[in-house]
Design a protein around this ligand. Sequence first.
Ligand SMILES: [Zn+2]
Ligand SMILES: [Zn+2]
Length: 436
Amino acid sequence: MGPVRAAGAGYGENLTGSLDNANLLIEHRIRVSSRREEEAVRVREEAAWIAAEIAELRHAIHREPEIGLDLPKTQQKVLAALDGLPLEISTGRGLSSVTAVLRGGPGPVVLLRGDMDALPVAEETRLPYASAIPGAMHACGHDLHTAMLAGAARLLSARKAELPGTVIFMFQPGEEGYAGARHMINEGVLDAAGDRPVAAYGLHVTSQRLPCGMFSTRPGAMLAAADQITVTVRGRGGHASVPHQAADPIPVACEMVTALQTLVTRKFDVFDPVVITVGSFHAGTTDNVIPDEATFLATARSFSQESRSRLAEVVPQLIGEIARGHGLTAEAIYAAEYPVTVNDEAEAAFAAETIAAVFGAERGEQAQFPLTGAEDFSFVLEQVPGAFVMLGACPAGTDPLTAPTNHSALATFDDAALADGTALYAELALRRLARG
Ligand SMILES: [Zn+2]
Ligand SMILES: [Zn+2]
């Protein structure tokens, strides 16, 4: 309890004083917010001015897609795009990442991330800038992320003198299954500016579902955790005509596949769902030989740490028990890959506010559900509060509900999204730094 004041003494005076202060504060806020609105218009205009160059960079990256952690040509293109900007640039040791630090005045650190890698997909879009590399394609739109982040680095570099803090630009290889973000964290990206970032933001384009230019985010789980289950069922091979003299692993492995689907519905809360999909199944060589082994691979998706831990426990148990029931043995390796991508509540609200302020409320939606895809930006969000935002890039004239999805050989992403993605990256940093 604080000190007790004498009743009446100076109350009126204080009240007037605090009302004046409140009015001043409101006026100040209006001035600041109108300055910020003018600034937002300028940022959007500047993004539109450089949109053709951002598209050119995007097309160059798209034409020469590279897969995995080693993307030397993409890295060169990024370094060329950043050349001449007032940035402290370092490149990865074990992967071809680019970390660029823009130091403004005193203030906090904010991290912006764009991933750079392509997929092992043979492009079928027939776009003029389609992949010239057989079997590789930017089918997840990471070429857009890289180009937009380079664009944001330009817009923010032009504001270096008045920037109230520092921005880390994280150009990341190996998102598609190589945990490139984790490698960059291990190499120190979160400490690249000295102080740790107070917030981190990632953007991802989608070729369907959202109309072009529509942003979408949500507090809490934004994307699933993705883990891999590798199962080997060991039996005893023999002649297919006398299965009782062998130990056939195929029907047992098939039973495991269906039992896993039962497990999903019987062991997990319907409001904290999981997905298990067996995507690869191999056994045997021909019709009249029982093989020694059957193997299959499954992906497991979950949206909470509880469900994820439970999966890691009950899946190997079920596999082992089914094998034992048939007198066989089995091994199930549950490998943790990407954690749940969890948006910080306050940072997701801040990202939504920024979208509404910069582009208008009609340009943002709060996603009702998380996506079942996964992201290694989750490793960044495990250590730094932040938000992951989706951006519709469905080409004009196509229906977002039926357009080919990300990862399809036919997926196309409209350049029209580039300027707005660039402006959002820049505005997230500007507004978050201004908040202190
Ligand atoms: Zn992808
Ligand atoms: Zn992606």
